[in-house]
Write a protein that binds this ligand. Structure first.
Ligand SMILES: [Zn+2]
Length: 219
């Protein structure tokens, strides 16, 4: 199952539907792409089109807290549905997607501890988004149905920060997990490959693509 999300933004998408109903009917993908290109996207931070999508940036909080990391699957149960860096037409996927057996309300845990700097609808299509920051890194956990934390909360790795949902540009319940690193020169965040970058407190390779927790069968 693929559960793609798209950075075009639900607001843009809604407007596109209103403005170009015929185009939308004829080709949703074309309509979406055309409109997306013609819209001022939320701060894509000077990256080229080959770079993973970095829109919908959450401002740098400069929180420097204790290092806290756990190599864990963000949804309490789930499995890999899409990888980092995969081309998706007019943008490149900036994170890893984990399906959760089409379940809404599965606890979502953060692999990185830090300060909660965002719990709101993403302007870039990530739905109800939680962002945790620490030492120049931000972790995005998107498409949730509800939040378990509030802005300003300090959390440790493994803590539940949200519950799975299907909000934003999403075709089924899943978690979009993304790592972004602050760049002092460009004064912006850019997505990083989780397989080749270490979050604060991470001392070993984490095989993000092999993480899986199976759904328990009913007795
Ligand atoms: Zn995603």
């Amino acid at each position: 199952m693929s559960a793609p999300d798209s950075p075009g933004g639900c607001e843009s998408f809604g407007l596109a539907v209103l403005a170009f109903p015929v185009l939308f009917v004829v080709s949703c993908g074309l309509c979406f792409g055309v409109f997306f290109l013609g819209t001022s996207s939320p701060s894509s931070a000077g990256s080229s089109s080959d770079d993973p999508y970095s829109g919908g940036q959450v401002p740098y909080d400069n929180y420097q807290g204790e290092e806290s990391f756990a190599c864990l699957l963000p949804p309490a149960i789930g499995y890999l549905t899409d990888r980092y860096g995969v081309p998706r037409g007019d943008y490149t996927h900036g994170g890893i997607d984990y399906g959760c057996y089409m379940l809404i309300g599965v606890p979502v845990r953060t692999p990185m501890g830090g300060k909660v700097v965002y719990t709101d609808l993403s302007p870039a299509g990530y739905g109800k988004l939680v962002v945790i920051e620490n030492q120049g890194w931000q972790v995005y956990l998107g498409h949730n149905s509800s939040y378990a934390v509030a802005v300003g909360d300090l959390v440790s790795a493994g803590e539940i920060v949200a519950y799975t949902g299907n909000t934003g540009q999403s075709t089924g319940p899943h978690v979009h997990f993304e790592e972004r690193k602050w760049n002092e020169q460009t004064q912006s965040f850019s997505p990083q490959n989780p397989l080749t970058s270490y979050l604060p407190g991470q001392t070993d390779f984490c095989d993000w693509y092999s993480l899986q927790v199976e759904q328990e069968n009913e007795p």
